[in-house]
Design a protein around this ligand. Structure first.
Ligand SMILES: [Zn+2]
Length: 457
């Protein structure tokens, strides 16, 4: 199966290369800003002309928002705008990013693009913007020693880590590099290769089982097997160190654009320390999530998760930090990629699927279950189970009913109270039961057809 996959490696550039990397990033930003300026000027001009009643061909012609046209315009203007341009790779033009941004804005405006509204591209700022540059042509390769990479105009740069994972694939002919992006992240330069990879689909250890994953703050994930993955809380763990560094930064003379005050050497040094400390937290988190999702997708072909409204959740100011520290959205993204790569699938339960409020044994849905109640107690069948484990089992059941496969972590077939017949009752789309259950009909609910189920792939 051919998939697109990125490989990211930390670089160890020397001083000259470091300057060249920064120069490329700057050139990319310059071209982006120039082209955006052109697009905006032409839009304003045409808007003004329309107010005079001009229409159609009588309006000023504008450059089409495509990569070839905007690049042509840039090539004609770059001699005046950026006389130093020849020092950098011609690929440094960040116009591809602008075209992508303009397309996204146009599609979002016309309703062609789903999801959150996309704003019109903004000018990139030297101070706040991430420094990066993408190469698509020229010499891009991993050297045979696997310790160096060669990039256009940047020459051969030493890697901070071995590139063996990608090199093995390149040597075997199962990967092809499409582009390379260099990026400054937390004070360190990285290169990420976007590749086309021919992946072998390995057999899953438990190909017949469905795994439900309930993510949360108390535990990072509770699996329907009953396994609990603790929340490592990397940010909270580094909080003391970060607080001390931030205090130190604030006591030193930082830059001030109003007074023209330049940052002191001591401020720059401490600020770099702080950036590195934050980058370490992010690296630890990313590493943990990669390991977790790789392990899950290697074992299970079908994984079910909830569709969490993370953007809405972080609006709760008391929980925002703890939620962001978990990386819920990253878990889902990684599971999506990795299930596809391993020939499995990720199923997302609808946002209103009552995974926590439903009894995973008899299927009765509770009317209310406050967040502080950590144990699920079923009023109908009397089942008592950890709240998150109950939710994870309900998620797994969602697919099990679709496909008739076994659920990972299913208890022994006799079930609770010996009522085997009730065990396969559909869960979703049920109404809450408020009245006390009548004897004889305990926990028996009529199945309904509408079910919120979306398949990611
Ligand atoms: Zn029950």
């Amino acid at each position: 199966m051919i998939v697109n996959q990125a490989y990211r490696f930390a670089l160890d550039p020397n001083a000259t290369q470091m300057a060249a990397l920064a120069s490329h990033a700057g050139a990319s930003r310059k071209a982006f800003n120039w082209a955006l300026g052109l697009v905006k000027a032409q839009m304003d001009q045409r808007a003004a002309e329309k107010t005079y009643g001009l229409t159609g061909d009588r309006l000023t012609a504008s450059v089409p928002w495509t990569l070839p046209s905007l690049r042509k315009a840039w090539n004609e203007a770059k001699g005046d705008v950026a006389p130093w341009w020849a020092e950098n790779s011609k690929d440094a033009a960040g116009i591809r990013n602008l075209v992508r941004g303009l397309d996204a804005w146009r599609d979002s405006k016309s309703g062609k693009r789903k999801g959150a509204k996309v704003n019109f591209p903004r000018f990139k700022n030297k101070r706040s913007e991430t420094k990066s540059c993408t190469f698509t042509t020229g010499v891009i390769r991993v050297e045979p020693d696997r310790e160096h990479v060669t990039l256009p105009r940047l020459d051969t740069i030493r890697l901070h880590e071995s590139a063996r994972k990608l090199a093995r694939r390149l040597e075997a002919g199962t990967a092809r590099i499409l582009s390379a992006t260099v990026k400054l992240d937390g004070g360190r330069w990285y290169v990420s290769f976007s590749c086309e990879v021919d992946r072998q689909i390995a057999d899953h250890a438990r190909s017949d089982a469905v795994l439900g994953v309930d993510v949360g703050i108390t535990h990072l994930a509770v699996l329907s097997t009953g396994d609990v993955i603790d929340n490592p809380r990397h940010l909270a763990g580094g909080a003391k160190h970060l607080r001390r560094l931030s205090r130190r930064v604030s006591r030193r003379v930082g830059p001030d654009r109003r007074t023209g005050q330049e940052a002191s050497k001591r401020w720059q040094k401490t600020n770099a320390d702080r950036s590195r400390a934050y980058a370490r937290v992010a690296n630890l988190r990313r590493d943990g999530l990669h390991k977790l999702t790789s392990a899950l997708t290697a074992d299970y072909a079908t994984i079910v998760v909830e569709d969490l409204n993370v953007a809405g959740m972080v609006r709760n100011r008391k929980l925002a930090k703890a939620i962001s520290d978990c990386g819920f959205a990253t878990i889902r993204g990684l599971l999506g990629h990795k299930t596809t790569w391993s020939g499995g699938r990720l199923v997302t339960a609808g946002r209103w699927f009552p995974s926590s409020k439903t009894c995973s044994d008899c299927g009765v849905v509770k009317a209310k279950l406050p967040l502080r109640v950590r144990t699920f107690e079923c009023d109908a069948c009397g089942m008592v189970l950890d709240r998150d484990l109950n939710a994870a089992r309900n998620l797994a059941r969602l697919v099990e009913r679709e496909t008739g496969t076994g659920v990972a972590g299913d208890p022994e077939p006799q079930g609770f109270n010996g009522r085997e017949a009730d065990r396969r009752t559909p869960l979703a789309g049920q109404v809450a039961v408020k009245r006390p259950p009548r004897p004889g009909t305990v926990g028996r609910q009529r199945p309904t057809a509408d079910r919120e189920l979306t398949f990611a792939h």
